[in-house]
Design a protein around this ligand. Structure first.
Ligand code: PXP
Length: 256
């Protein structure tokens, strides 16, 4: 009993990074000035977002270069810039200096980020990228599958943070497969934390599947976008963020 209480005291409230890419998707669909991205970011912050995430894709399908600079200047929390590990993106990040960069794989035809970064297969390139970003005082996170060799490689290239890809859990076709995927994420989070990495997670999380992920004590922050922006259609963005954050905090407080 004493041990379990001690353990509970070490568990921190879970943080929410709100990904606002799809606010920009609506704007870009018509080339309008609205919906205003900064307004979305500020509303998200006022309603519980601990950071704002935006993915500047090579094809600029939603977030634009100007958005990243404006977000950096205007928001009050932290800007997490998602990007591919290309020279173009690193040059941009070093100029704008978001508080954090999350390196993701990127394919032109994909609907959204489909898999984790292949860190094991790109050690020297990622080491150089991580160093350039870290030298500019940017916290570097690598978006990876919940696999031990990718976690070891992330540590080896100098990342301080990993974001575990929760897609296999979120998109599992049945409960059994979802349980297996959840178990992989739990083991990966535990292992990564044990070797000194901060563990974040995200992709495909929504109001009905986020609880089990929040109960993994090593996970510090979740990055969630599509489900929040979708829910905002019905409840408004502020309420959508508040509701999700409440579910996250409740789930975290029920870790035994
Ligand atoms: N984390 C990363 C690294 C991502 O690429 C994405 C998708 O842009 C997310 C989190 C958020 O995923 P979703 O929009 O499915 O919540």
């Amino acid at each position: 009993m004493i041990f379990s209480n001690d353990y509970k005291m070490d568990i921190k409230p879970i943080l929410l990074g709100v990904n606002i890419d799809h606010v920009a998707t609506i704007r870009q669909a018509r080339g309008t000035r609205y919906p205003e991205l900064i307004q979305a970011a500020l509303i998200a912050e006022q309603n519980g977002a601990d950071s704002i995430t935006a993915h500047l894709r090579e094809d600029r399908r939603h977030i634009q270069d100007r958005d990243i600079s404006l977000l950096k200047d205007m928001i009050n929390s932290r800007l997490n810039m998602e990007m591919a590990a290309t020279d173009e993106m690193v040059d941009l990040a070093v100029k704008v200096k978001p508080q954090a960069c999350c390196l993701v794989p990127e394919k032109r035809q994909e609907l959204t980020t489909e898999g984790g970064l292949d860190v094991t297969g790109n050690l020297s390139r990622l080491q150089t990228t991580c160093k350039r970003l870290a030298d500019a005082d940017i916290e570097v996170s690598l978006f990876i599958a919940p696999e031990r060799d990718q976690i070891d490689a992330a540590k080896a290239v100098g990342a301080l943070v990993i974001e575990l890809h929760t897609g296999s859990y979120a998109e599992a076709k049945n409960i059994k497969l979802q349980d297996v995927a959840l178990e992989h994420i739990k083991k990966a989070a535990h292992y990564a934390n044990s070797i000194g990495l901060q563990v974040n997670a995200g992709h495909g999380l929504h109001y009905h599947n986020v609880e089990a992920i929040c109960r993994i004590p090593e996970i510090v922050e979740l990055n969630i976008g599509h489900s929040i922006i979708a829910q905002a259609l019905f409840s408004g963005l502020g309420q959508a963020v508040r509701d999700l954050k409440q579910i996250m905090l409740n789930s975290r407080s029920h870790i035994s």
